[in-house]
Design a protein around this ligand. Structure first.
Ligand SMILES: [Zn+2]
Length: 349
């Protein structure tokens, strides 16, 4: 019986933060079992890979480091999958298919979880055309992982039967978490938590344009996730995709929606919370890169651009940022040309 795998898009994975290397199946000869750690876990369904993803992104990895993650319900979530290099055990990330069984501490893996992990092993052997060596994380590195119980199971030859394909019936949106940052345009703040009559006005305009599907009440003066979801629908209707359709307004979509850009009388500055490092690196293509470039030009760092600035991250962007960072008397990694929160704050405050 072949295995049923919940794809990254189904569980709502973020795009890879830097693309992991591809590994041919011919280079795989091991199967490594992991656990979640010393603490039992209670998450179920999509929340399992999402939590691992958040943790691994925070560690600076591209996304989930395991090839697959198996839940207590017997679901198999795609991480690096069959073709991408893992980040689960130094020295074995190419040779081993790394699989986390999502238990921790003294938690016992369920029969469903063990059956799914075993079925995945059989599938891996079938795909590679060889008998993969069964191992646990501690075979490659001094670590408690995958815990004594799972390790004993691996050493016993991973006995399990009765695999039943299982997929979550989660009702949470499969599009990942809703964006929760704010932008200030013409002195008015938009995005999660923003309040004011201008927020109500945006909601009413969304309803008027037929993008009010997510409202069960309102719209009202406090910006909630529901406003973000409706605004994202509106952005997609304009042809925006990816980060440009994350439901947080930009100047252009806001002007289209309202016919004009409202402004607060107190300020005309454009401020923006730091959107995260992943938006600024080779291959990045998003409106924050444009905003950053425009700001750098405004601040006198425009000589680095022969064209642009535009949404595609370029060496010109990096050099302009580096010049700005050096002007702050920063050195070394602090002046590498990639903006962090402090660079951003100094540019936009
Ligand atoms: Zn491990």
């Amino acid at each position: 019986m072949s295995v049923s795998i919940v794809s990254r898009s189904a569980w709502g994975a973020s795009p890879w933060d830097g693309t992991p290397n591809t590994v041919p199946l011919a280079d795989r000869n091991e199967y490594y079992v992991h656990w979640d750690g010393a603490t039992p876990i209670t998450r179920t369904g999509y929340a399992i890979p999402r939590a691992i993803e958040a943790q691994h992104l925070a560690q600076g990895w591209s996304g989930v480091g395991y090839n697959f993650v198996v839940s207590q319900a017997g679901e198999i979530f795609e991480g690096r999958g069959w073709t991408l290099q893992g980040a689960h055990c130094p020295g074995h990330n190419v040779s081993a298919i790394g699989v986390q069984i999502a238990v921790g501490g003294d938690q016992e893996a369920s029969p469903q979880a063990l059956a799914a992990a075993r079925a995945l092993y059989d599938e891996a052997c079938s795909r590679t055309g060889r008998t993969l060596t069964k191992g646990g994380h501690r075979d490659g590195l001094a670590t408690l992982c995958p815990g004594d119980r799972l390790y004993a199971w691996v050493q016993a030859g991973m006995p399990a039967a009765g695999y039943e394909p299982s997929t979550p019936d989660d009702t949470t949106p499969s599009t990942g978490t809703v964006a929760r940052y704010q932008v200030t345009i013409n002195g008015l703040t938009y995005g999660y938590g923003a309040t004011g009559a201008h927020v109500t006005a945006v909601g009413e305009a969304l309803v008027a344009r037929g993008h009010g599907d997510h409202y069960t009440s309102g719209p009202g003066p406090t910006w909630t996730d529901v406003d973000t979801l409706n605004y994202a629908d509106f952005q997609r209707s304009l042809g925006y995709t990816g980060d440009d359709a994350d439901g947080v307004p930009g100047e252009s979509s806001l002007r289209t929606l309202l016919g004009t850009l409202p402004s607060a009388t107190t300020s005309t500055a454009t401020a923006l919370a730091f959107p995260g490092r992943r938006h600024f690196r080779p291959g990045a293509n998003n409106r924050f890169v444009t905003l950053l470039g425009q700001r750098l030009v405004k601040k006198g760092y425009g000589k680095h651009y022969s064209v642009g600035p535009g949404p595609k991250w370029s060496e010109a962007d990096r050099r302009a940022v580096e010049a700005f960072q050096r002007a702050q008397q920063w050195t070394g990694a602090d002046a590498d040309g990639y903006p962090g929160p402090e660079t951003w704050r100094r540019l936009f405050s």
